[in-house]
Design a protein around this ligand. Structure first.
Ligand SMILES: O=C(O)C(=O)Cc1ccccc1
Length: 289
C-alpha cells in the first residue's frame, strides 16, 4: 500500500506537480490518502525509497529539449532494487518570477539547470548580464528571490502561487511543447508494461562493444526509443549504457533479447516494465495550494 511519496522539492517544483497528479489518480483508484514528502535533490529522493522511508518516489528523467536528467540514471544504477512503476509525461511551462520592477535590473537568475537551459535564448535576450545560478530545483531559491528585487527565478505557475511571487513574463520556454518525463519508482517488481528501461556495463569498453547488443535488439525486431551513455565514474572513457525500449507487441522477443544481452554484459539491470501517462496541462492549473 502506497502511503508516502517522495519527490524533488521544495513545494512548487514540476516534480511536485507531477506527484500531485499521480497521487490524485492513485487516491481516486484506491481511496487511500497519501503523504507527499519533498527532498532536496534527486539522489536523496530515490534513497528515501531504497532505505524504506518512502513507498514510492517521483523523479524527472528526461526533457524534450535538454535530454536526460543524469542524476536520475546515475542514482538508479547505484541504488539496488528500485523498479519503475509508471512513466508520467508533464507539459512544462516556465515563467520568470521576480519582485523587481524591470528585467533590466535583474542581476541574478536562479533555477534548476534544466530550466535554465530550456530558457537559454530567453535569458540571453532579456537578462543578458544576469548571473545564472544553478539550484537543485526550480523552487530551492525562491525565498532568496522573494527578498531581493534584483533576483529572479524560472519556475512553475504553481510556484508563483505558492510563494506569492509576481510572474514578470509567462511561458518563456525557448521551444513550444516542452515536456518532461518522470518515473514513479518503488521496490515493487512489475512484469507488465509497454516500455522497458534497462542499464548495462561491460567488462571492458573496446571498439565495437555496442554492436552486439544493438544487433540483438535488431534481430528480435525490438524498437529502441532511447539510448544514453553515462560515465562509470571508474575511469575516463569507461561508460554505462541506458536503453528504453518498446515492448508493445513483442513481450516474448524482449525476454529472449534480454537473456541474450545478459550473456554479453558485466552487469545488466532491468529498471522496470511500465506504461506512460500523458498529463494534460489543464490538470496542472487547479491543484490544491
Ligand atoms: O526543479 C524542478 O521543478 C523539477 O521538478 C526538475 C525539473 C526542472 C525543469 C524541468 C522539469 C523538471
Amino acid at each position: 500500500m502506497i502511503k508516502s511519496i517522495a519527490h524533488l522539492g521544495p513545494k512548487g517544483t514540476y516534480s511536485e506537480v507531477a506527484t500531485l497528479i499521480y497521487a490524485q489518480n492513485l487516491e481516486a483508484q484506491t481511496g487511500i490518502e497519501t503523504e507527499l514528502v519533498p527532498y532536496p535533490n534527486i539522489a536523496q529522493t530515490l534513497l528515501a525509497v531504497a532505505d524504506g522511508r518512502a513507498d514510492v518516489a517521483v523523479v524527472p528523467v528526461e526533457n524534450s529539449i535538454q535530454g536526460i536528467v543524469s542524476m536520475t540514471l546515475d542514482s538508479l544504477w547505484e541504488l539496488d532494487g528500485l523498479q519503475i512503476q509508471q512513466g508520467l509525461t508533464l507539459p512544462v511551462v516556465h515563467n520568470f518570477l521576480s519582485r523587481g520592477n524591470s528585467l533590466e535590473g535583474i542581476k541574478t537568475v536562479y533555477s534548476h539547470p534544466q530550466a535554465l537551459a530550456q530558457c537559454q535564448k530567453w535569458l540571453d535576450q532579456h537578462t543578458p548580464d544576469a548571473k545564472l545560478v544553478a539550484a537543485n530545483s526550480t523552487t530551492e531559491a525562491l525565498q532568496v528571490v522573494n527578498h531581493d528585487p534584483t533576483a529572479g527565478a524560472i519556475a512553475s505557475l504553481r510556484a508563483a502561487q505558492l510563494y506569492d511571487l509576481p510572474i514578470k513574463e509567462a511561458n518563456i520556454n525557448d521551444y513550444p511543447d516542452n515536456c518532461t518525463r518522470f518515473w514513479v519508482v518503488s521496490k515493487e517488481k512489475k512484469e507488465d508494461g509497454d516500455y522497458v528501461s534497462l542499464g548495462f556495463s561491460f567488462e571492458k569498453n573496446k571498439p565495437g562493444v555496442l554492436v552486439k547488443p544493438l544487433q540483438i535488439f535488431a534481430e528480435h525486431n525490438i524498437n529502441l526509443t532511447r539510448i544514453e551513455s553515462r560515465p562509470t565514474k571508474r575511469s575516463l572513457g569507461e561508460y554505462l549504457f541506458f536503453i528504453d525500449l518498446q515492448k508493445k507487441e513483442s513481450k516474448k522477443e524482449v525476454n529472449l533479447a534480454l537473456s541474450d544481452l545478459s550473456s554479453l554484459t558485466k552487469t545488466l539491470k532491468i529498471f522496470g516494465n511500465y506504461n506512460v501517462l500523458n498529463i494534460d496541462y489543464s490538470q496542472c492549473e487547479n491543484l490544491p495550494i
